[in-house]
Design a protein around this ligand. Sequence first.
Ligand code: HEC
Ligand code: HEC
Ligand code: HEC
Ligand code: HEC
Ligand code: HEC
Length: 427
Amino acid sequence: MTLHRPALLLSVAAAALWLGCTDPVSQPPSGGTTRDQSGRAGQPGSSGPAATPSPPEVKPEPATNPGETAVSAPSGPKAPSLFVRSTRCAECHEAMRTEWISSAHAKASHSAAYSKSFAAAPAELQPLCTSCHLPSFAAGQAKDEPGRPSEGVSCDGCHTISSVQMQKSAAVMTFDPSSGKKYGPIPGASGHYFHDMAYSPLHQRSEFCAGCHHLTAFKVAGSERPIPVVTDFSDWQRIGCKKACQDCHMPSRGSVPVARGSQPRPNVPSHAFPGAAALGKLLRFELLPRNKPGEIAVEFSHGAGHMLPSGFVDRRLIVRAEWLGADGSKLGTEDRAYGIMLSDDAGQPAPFFRATRIKQDRRMAPGKSYVESFRIPPASAGPAPVKLMLSLLAAPTAPELSAVYGEPELTVLRSTSANLPLRSGGK
Ligand code: HEC
Ligand code: HEC
Ligand code: HEC
Ligand code: HEC
Ligand code: HEC
């Protein structure tokens, strides 16, 4: 099944678009502490030499990344229980846990789509899935302890990362869960009875996120497959975005205490990691004021730091047109999908772990305008529509791959409508 028809895709050069990547960081002025904001500037191209592509490995040994973090983490005992549960962290960092628990990170190991597709993936690739979706397991911790549901990308899943080594098509994370240190962005924070601190400028850079948000090839049965899995980092790098992932995805929630009983610190980052719906102001979706006779066109653009849909390769953005009759009934629906369409050898749509080729890369670049036109159904085609509803929908997984991922829950990012018939040349 294909969801889209060959569509008119224009790029309007003169679109005066507000591009998020070049905009000043919308954070309140710093209140005079030692918090280092300089590390926030993303540095595309500074990610080290391109190495031979290989899937990410997870090593439980501590290590340092030369020139990155001056962290020396002593090897602690290799205890079976390494990652502390988020409920313990919440004893002092309650606000962070409240934000995190609602985020996709907290559900990374047990969302419906993940559970279903994990079961469908070849056994050989399952450890690869786990290395990003359940880092505690990858670092050697039992997966399902009774009464302890797995926590996906948990607090310790990010705050025990001591280094990330960039390779061309992957990034290798090193975890240091056993030293008891929490790696974070505050220079010189003093340790206490519960945990030690390790100052990590890496945590304010895009390379940190790349640990899990960068995989453009992987190995199956020993041979390299150039199929992308997560493209946020590679897109961000190619586009040359001047902001780090954290600038857009971990905005400041103001000057508040970081832990219970601490002095407030400025620009404490949000841990809610909002998905598609929350970042709407960087999206534009409007009817074209002038239309060709018999057609209605919608123009859209975005200012994200990467292509959209972004991230996970089997995501989609869908422009949907719905023709409505006088009584509000739906007379017809037309979808135009954006995303990376993968296929198997037979040319059929396939999830990334079965795909052998990229059939089409149809995504929206930041700062460009795209136009989709829809032809008003002719009078001979049945009852005349009186209204057109146009929506931009986010699909966490591709509808045509529902056998693998389940039916996606669509989020309406924007919608607009036009009454018919159109006056000539107007809305
Ligand atoms: C997906 C990775 C990720 C997860 C999961 C995560 N954090 Fe963070 N955390 C970060 C990053 C990155 C920063 C630094 C962001 C910045 O400074 O721009 C940070 C900053 C912090 C800070 C320092 C705040 C400050 O003002 O600098 C604390 C404390 C913290 N996180 C605690 C937690 C707790 C507790 C949890 C679990 C409830 C958690 N984090 C989950 C990535 C994560
Ligand atoms: C007993 C209280 C307490 C508990 C429990 C606790 N923390 Fe902290 N944490 C603190 C304090 C205090 C600070 C320092 C805050 C400051 O200096 O403003 C801190 C700072 C941090 C930082 C910043 C480190 C840096 O150098 O940037 C991170 C990250 C962090 N905690 C993560 C965690 C995680 C993850 C857990 C759960 C495994 C956790 N904390 C549990 C009290 C606690
Ligand atoms: C200039 C701001 C900006 C920067 C920088 C940026 N992003 Fe985004 N990101 C966005 C916007 C806007 C969206 C799309 C929201 C939407 O669909 O409405 C998005 C979407 C995403 C999504 C998909 C969320 C969803 O539910 O659709 C992921 C994952 C993501 N970004 C990760 C990253 C990573 C990793 C980096 C760094 C390599 C990064 N982003 C850099 C603004 C940014
Ligand atoms: C240890 C691995 C890991 C790290 C590190 C990590 N992420 Fe993620 N992230 C994931 C996984 C896995 C998902 C998908 C969760 C799911 O199954 O829905 C995800 C999802 C997201 C989403 C999508 C939210 C949504 O609602 O769709 C955003 C945005 C995001 N991450 C941003 C970031 C940013 C920004 C950083 C760096 C500060 C980061 N992540 C670091 C693993 C990670
Ligand atoms: C390199 C790290 C990485 C690997 C390996 C990986 N993923 Fe993901 N996955 C992510 C990130 C990051 C996202 C979220 C990106 C976004 O929101 O666009 C994601 C999103 C997803 C989603 C959609 C979100 C959801 O939970 O509904 C599914 C399903 C998924 N992955 C399944 C898998 C399966 C199955 C495997 C193994 C065959 C796998 N992933 C391997 C990092 C990874």
